[in-house]
Design a binder for this molecule. Structure first.
Ligand SMILES: [Zn+2]
Length: 281
């Protein structure tokens, strides 16, 4: 079953007087949504007790929690110590989302930062090949980690690169951020056919099962010559992309992804909008 939800708390969550993410699962379920993404973007700082309290609420209200790993992970870093720090950040993210009852962690693979792109990609492949055994040895074989397609051209993460990374291990699933893809292609996602090209590529490259159960980030994003500039809301009418044609592709290909809104402040509202668009098909 396809699932929809917000990444983090909407402005309306706070405006209604809520203060803690422990209150988020109930709030999200009351809005008819299914999933909630907790961001460890600035680091895994949540305590075990708080994480377990969120997990208990999530369980009570039938909301599944996913997590976003720290943004400073950079598996392409030529410095081994810095590059390999990413192992710890992913392990910490899996541990914390596990306390919340979740089993899925999204992450950014790395950037070019002065490297030849091929070298940057090979560094990522090498480290995430090492990591698949660490992940298993540490007891996280049942957790899914999702390398994300990225919005800035200098970041590693076009569709082909993400497919290569996912093919390292059976537990690596794609996180396709369609706003990012639209930004890095200067508005390349407009029609049903544009989205279908991406989905066909994923099915052929990463396989039917991983595409069916992939992670999806969807928001409208402002972009320039170098790609992503900033996240917008669904009220934007300039940059896009539009969700409706993608919803139809999901429907026609019988896909059941985790679809998260990363809108700037209206994540829950825009996630509900996407859910309504999908179920009106
Ligand atoms: Zn991300």
């Amino acid at each position: 079953m396809i699932k929809f939800g917000p990444s983090g708390n909407s402005e309306s969550f706070y405006n209604e007087g809520h203060k803690s993410t422990v209150e988020a699962p109930k709030w999200v379920s009351e809005r008819g949504l299914d999933i909630y993404e907790y961001s460890f973007g600035k680091g895994v700082m949540i305590g075990e007790n708080t994480a377990r309290a969120i997990g208990a609420e999530a369980d009570k209200y039938g909301v599944e929690i996913t997590a976003h790993a720290p943004y400073y992970i950079n598996f392409s870093n030529p410095d081994d110590e810095k590059g390999e720090n990413g192992y710890r950040y992913l392990l910490e993210s899996m541990r914390a989302v596990g306390f919340m009852g979740g089993r899925r962690v999204v992450f950014h693979s790395g950037t070019e930062t002065g490297l030849n792109r091929d070298v940057a990609v090979e560094n990522i492949i090498k480290r995430l090949t090492v990591f698949k055994d660490i992940k298993k040895a540490e007891g996280y074989e049942n957790y899914i980690i999702c390398p994300e397609t990225m919005g800035k051209i200098a970041q590693i993460g076009d569709v082909d690169e993400i497919i290569r990374i996912c093919n390292i291990d059976e537990s690596y699933y794609p996180c396709v951020d369609f706003g990012h893809l639209n930004a890095r292609t200067q508005g390349g996602l407009k029609s049903y056919d544009d989205y279908e090209v991406v989905i066909k590529k994923l099915i052929n490259g990463a396989g039917r099962e991983k595409t069916e159960n992939m992670h999806v980030h969807f928001s409208k994003i402002m972009y320039g010559a170098k790609g992503e500039i900033k996240h917008l809301t669904f009220s934007d009418e300039i940059y896009g992309p539009e969700f409706a044609p993608l919803a139809k592709v999901f429907y026609d290909y019988k896909l059941s992804p985790y679809v998260l809104s990363e809108s700037a402040g209206t994540q829950a509202e825009d996630a509900k909008n996407m859910k309504d668009v999908y179920f009106a098909l």
